[in-house]
Design a protein around this ligand. Sequence first.
Ligand code: ZN
Length: 135
Amino acid sequence: MLRIEHLGIAVKDLAGSNDLFAKLLGELPYKTETVESEKVSTSFFKIGESKIELLQASNPDSAIAKFIEKRGEGIHHIAFEVENIENEIQRLLAEGFQPTGSSTQPFKGADNKLVFFFHPKTTNGVLIELCQEIK
Ligand code: ZN
């Protein structure tokens, strides 16, 4: 693992939260992006070498909608940047961590990244994202 690439925060109202975090961080988001496959609208803020990702459900059956229903708004996941996502997935599977879905292949996420998620039930309640920049 190279570093914490970003923290993901689940929000109900992306536009309102963009304003809030712009005030908090003193900077505007550098991008907003909807990921259809994940049914989320996202925005990204840069803070030094890390980022904050805000996530709003773009569909009521999105995982973000379910998360907010259960736990309310708040920190949704920690994303670690890795050098070789396939190798890291295999390493963590061998260690007994469980993926969120049935696939063990990374997929295209927001912000030009290959991503993969490990289920919070095997990681002390915190959803873990691995991400690798697509070059
Ligand atoms: Zn993320």
